[in-house]
Design a protein around this ligand. Structure first.
Ligand code: SAH
Length: 216
């Protein structure tokens, strides 16, 4: 049974307020964070931390991203209802839930088999139904390309070219790029046959593995 009572809603409103103070402006993104029950993505022992603006372990050595990071990446993508979005790194499914709340059609790919299976079975119980894919998302997912938006939620050593080529024109890709400790956020915008890149400091993600990621 999923419990989402006034207490959790109150904590969520506080989190939304904090994200606003930290500079998140997109009201649709803030409203989505206000709706998705983040605490149900947490193990019981970590429940009290669910509405802190921090990343937390979700098992398999992976993390649920910090709410500010989720909000920042989502805001930069300017999601519109009906956008076809590819997410690399399903993890807990929290980011996918936010994208679905914004009306996107979401394809989400996870490399870790156990996490893939766990989230594929769990997320739809909350009413969130992206297309779940398993495999190496550093190569994108050509079968359903092109995408309006692509979001990478693991830190890459370089911008994976496969992802740029699977982006629609116009389209936007957001990907953290750097070393294993720290990454800058790269926003790649494709428009009129050209691509432009903007960067934003500083973020810390778990590593993107696979062909265009870090080698194990
Ligand atoms: N978006 C997630 C955050 C996940 S952390 C959430 O909201 O909870 C990053 C995830 O990327 C991890 O689950 C990791 O297993 C996955 N990952 C790493 N390399 C990958 C790859 N090449 N393809 C797909 N997923 C990958």
């Amino acid at each position: 049974m999923i419990v989402d009572n006034y207490r959790q809603r109150g904590l969520r409103n506080k989190l939304v307020k904090k994200l606003r103070e930290k500079g998140i402006k997109d009201e649709a993104v803030l409203a989505a964070i206000g709706r998705v029950p983040r605490h149900v993505f947490f193990d019981d022992a970590l429940l009290i931390h669910a509405y802190e603006d921090k990343a937390f372990p979700i098992g398999e050595g992976q993390t649920i991203s910090q709410p500010y990071t989720v909000a920042f990446q989502t805001e930069r993508l300017e999601i519109k209802p009906g956008d076809r979005v590819l997410e690399i790194g399903t993890g807990s499914g929290y980011q996918a839930a936010i994208l679905l709340e914004l009306g996107a059609q979401v394809y989400t790919i996870e490399y870790n088999q156990k996490l893939y299976a766990r989230t594929r079975d769990f997320l739809p119980t909350l009413g969130y139904k992206p297309f779940f894919l398993s495999g190496d998302g550093s190569k994108g997912y050509p079968a359903k390309a092109p995408y309006d938006k692509i979001i990478v939620t693991a830190g890459a050593p370089v911008i994976p070219d496969a992802l740029v080529s699977q982006l629609k024109d116009p389209g936007k890709l957001i990907v953290p790029v750097g070393n294993l400790e720290k990454q800058a956020m790269y926003l790649v915008t494709k428009k009129n046959g050209k691509t432009e890149t903007e960067t934003f400091d500083h973020f810390a993600f778990v590593p993107l593995l696979g062909e265009q990621g870090w080698k194990k």
